[in-house]
Design a protein around this ligand. Structure first.
Ligand code: GDD
Ligand code: MG
Length: 346
């Protein structure tokens, strides 16, 4: 899934080039490319599909020259992840009624790609034998309100490391999240799902009947020349909702595998700050930066520009294109709204 806007990474992440196409982690590859490379350890390039907004098709092909245009599923409108997952499932089911697949975001940082591959293979074995919706779970270390929470039941399913899920709660408020954290039987949803196309489509039929009814009208069109014109007409009519709210909060056959691979959601600047090695003043500097009496700040400047910062602490300073953002680091969640305001006024 590479169709989000990444608005909390503004002003680096822009409408015409969202964060999945940026080298956010600073390793020379975009987040999309890093995700793709991770999956190349599990399968071949021809088995990897990218589902994104139509406007990013060329960008995707530029970042992933190994794939062909037919592997880019183009959404005509932004309707969040529930319609996006349903479209993917219908298409894969029409290619192969037994299709067993992984759906992953393109905005996560994963430390150990081999452990990731081992977890995914285990999940795929489980879903090939069970009508199960599997999600990878992360041990929580804070009452983060931007994640889904998975309450798992500590009993084995017959398959090692696979646990039944009692309840899934998307983006709880702070008080609820704190209660979940204290109870010790919750994991964060990594947003990486494993299931057979048939199993997830049954869940849509039951829990998201509107999306199911609309996209099932294309059964004769998927993987034909008519696919895009069908999608262009029907996809925009689907309700805008995430797969977490539409399916995961409602389905009963959910299982989780606690992940061991080291994960961070690169959801906002603060996450990047936390994941990156700091200098002796606690700063993370990206670009040509000089600091004086400056601490615990994330500073990012463009190539060919010297950025000099002095006498300030705990800031985000992002100089990118035609925007310079200076903001308290602990108020990063406000950047989404700030971006909307800035774009409305300019
Ligand atoms: N194709 C497509 N179309 N992709 C989309 C769309 C869309 O309309 N909207 C979002 N995406 C992509 C994003 O680019 C990202 O890779 C992924 O889908 C997840 O969307 P986010 O918007 O980043 O979701 P989130 O971070 O708020 O929440 C999800 O991820 C958390 C972990 O990072 C949920 O699954 C949470 O439960 C989970 O904890
Ligand atoms: Mg996200």
């Amino acid at each position: 899934m590479a169709g989000g806007v990444g608005s909390r990474f503004w002003p680096a992440s822009r409408e015409d080039k969202p964060k999945q196409f940026l080298d956010i982690a600073g390793d020379g590859r975009s987040l999309l490319r890093m995700t793709f490379d991770r999956f190349l350890k599990l399968t071949t390039a021809d088995k990897i599909y990218i589902v994104t907004n139509a406007r990013y098709k060329d960008l995707v092909l530029e970042h992933l020259p190994e794939i062909n245009a037919g592997q880019v599923l183009c959404e005509p409108s932004r309707n969040n992840t529930a319609p996006c997952v349903a479209y993917t499932a219908f298409k894969l089911h029409s290619l192969d009624p037994d299709a067993n697949f992984v759906i992953a975001p393109s905005d996560a940082l994963i430390v150990n790609d081999s452990l990731f591959a081992a977890n995914i293979n285990k999940a795929l074995r489980f879903t090939s034998e069970n009508d199960a919706l599997v999600t990878l779970g992360i041990s929580p270390d804070a009452p983060h309100t931007g994640y889904g929470y998975i309450q798992f039941i500590d009993e084995q399913t017959g398959t090692e490391d696979v646990y039944p899920v009692k309840r899934f709660t998307e983006k709880p408020d702070l008080e609820t999240a704190q209660g979940f954290l204290n109870s010790g039987d919750y994991l964060w949803n990594a947003g990486i799902f494993i299931w057979r196309a048939k199993t997830i489509l049954e869940a849509y039929e039951r829990f998201a009947p509107e999306i199911y009814a609309l996209l099932s009208q294309g059964l004769n069109y998927y993987n034909t020349e008519e696919e895009q014109s069908f999608i262009d007409e029907f996809y925009p009519q689907t309700p805008s909702i995430s797969v977490d709210y539409a399916i995961m909060e409602n389905a009963k056959n959910i299982y989780t595998i606690p992940a061991q691979f080291g994960w961070s959601d690169l959801g906002a600047w603060g996450a990047l700050y936390h994941e990156t090695d700091k200098d002796s003043d606690g700063n993370v500097l990206s670009g040509n930066i000089i600091t004086e009496d400056t601490h615990n700040s994330y500073i990012r400047g463009p190539q060919g520009k010297l950025v000099v910062v002095g006498g300030v602490d705990d800031l985000l300073i992002i100089d990118e294109g035609d925007v310079l953002l200076v903001y308290p680091r602990n108020r990063e969640q406000e950047i989404k709204a700030l971006r909307a305001k800035a774009e409305a006024e300019h």
